[in-house]
Design a protein around this ligand. Structure first.
Ligand code: GRG
Length: 376
């Protein structure tokens, strides 16, 4: 029992420490030695009862009890019943409609077509749904967070377009179809990504006011998204990732890469949603801590899936981390320990929701489980 508590505390320190950002990435590369202790991280089982239907292999499937399955329909939370599948598909549909309206048409035709091609190609829409659910958690109307939700998806999609290009990961398959540069050529893909990034900020700046979001909150959301994209986020993680290829990578460095390349944008999605939803500062910070764990969880699961799934299952090329000789959690810890770490992160994320109203927190609770148990 003592060992359990202690190792969970280690994982907790690691998860919070790893997400602290340094203004100087070269300094941050050296930090977070606490993560080196993570192989000892405990298995912490979900303390909440929820129903079960794990019938397919999933990233965590081999090591956690089936009670943890959160992708299930009709799971009891806080004494009630919450239909997560319905919630997810309703929110994803709303985001898809809003994205369709937001994406430009017309001149320059090829640029607009290329942007629409990647944004409207599907995808799980995890980040926008996080934004909407965080907004609702703090008592806001999901509509207020729709511009922020769309913006996060635009930034995410631009990162996928650029990530697939020959100068980055050189991948021909994305979201089950040819990558943007394969379909439209390199310079168009590059510019489509650039234009999407610009549109994201324009969309928030123009759209939030239409939903009654006060200007100071809109500005805070813009700052959050900007910080998650640049040297404090995705771009920093990507450059560290590329520079590390083929080299020995420490767990601290791996953590830096994953937190910045992936987790930071998920964090910004949830935090921006809570900000435009009118959340108090303490609520926003609790949402941030939840989303930090979920963001890192997302990438740990991604690493495991890359190693254990097929390209058909993923809709993108499987096994490419191994091929590119990239550091991943399964590579550094082994698949079982990576799964244990994911389970710890899931438990920590859920613990951050305990202070909120159970019904309002149900979507974020189940979203965390969905991320843990996703199969693509
Ligand atoms: C944002 C300024 C700026 C630059 C981008 C190219 C680049 C710099 C970063 C690459 C970031 C990247 C692709 C990280 C991987 C994140 C990840 C796990 C993506 C997969 O996300 P899913 O599974 O994909 O949510 P879908 O298709 O479902 O949306």
């Amino acid at each position: 029992m003592h060992v359990l508590a202690q190792s969970t505390a280690v994982a907790k320190v690691a998860a919070s420490g790893c997400l602290r950002r340094s203004p100087n990435p070269s300094v941050t590369f050296q930090r977070s030695p606490s993560l080196l202790l993570l192989p000892a991280a405990c298995r912490r089982r979900c303390r909440r009862g929820c129903s079960v239907s794990v019938d397919v292999r999933c990233a965590l499937g081999a090591m956690v009890t089936p009670e943890l399955n959160g992708g299930d329909v009709g799971v009891g939370v806080g004494g009630g019943s919450f239909d997560f599948q319905r919630y997810l598909s309703a929110r994803a549909d709303a985001v898809n409609d809003a994205l369709d309206r937001a994406m430009p048409r017309g001149f320059p035709e090829r640029l607009c077509e290329s942007m629409r091609y990647s944004v409207l190609a599907g995808g799980k829409r995890v980040r926008p749904v996080l934004a909407l659910a965080a907004c609702e958690l703090v008592g806001g109307d999901a509509a207020a967070a729709t511009p922020v939700a769309c913006a996060v998806e635009m930034i995410h999609t631009m990162s996928l377009i650029h990530d697939d290009m020959p100068c980055m990961d050189d991948d021909a398959l994305r979201r089950g179809r040819p990558s943007n540069h394969v379909a439209f050529g390199e310079f168009t893909a590059l510019l489509a990504g650039d234009a999407l990034h610009a549109l994201a900020f324009e969309h928030v700046a123009r759209g939030c006011g239409d939903h009654g979001v006060p200007a100071d909150r809109t500005l805070r959301a813009v700052a959050e998204l900007g910080s998650a994209s640049g040297t404090g986020g995705v771009a920093a993680g990507q450059v560290a990732d590329k520079e590390s290829e083929g080299l020995p990578v420490s767990l601290a460095m791996l953590e830096y890469i994953h937190v910045h390349k992936t987790a930071r944008l998920l964090e910004a999605a949830a935090v921006s949603g809570a900000i435009v939803g009118g959340g108090a500062d303490a609520e926003v910070e609790r949402v941030r801590r939840y989303a930090r764990c979920v963001g890192l969880l997302f990438q740990v699961v991604d690493d495991v899936l890359d190693m254990t799934s097929t390209s058909e299952q993923l809709g993108k090329t499987a096994g490419k981390d191994v091929e590119a000789d990239k550091a991943t959690y399964p590579k550094l810890l082994g698949v079982d320990k990576a799964r244990e770490y994911a389970a710890d992160l899931l438990a920590m994320a859920e613990a951050e929701l305990d202070g909120f109203d159970a019904e309002r927190a149900a979507p974020l609770r189940h979203l965390a489980r969905f991320i843990a148990y996703r199969q693509h």
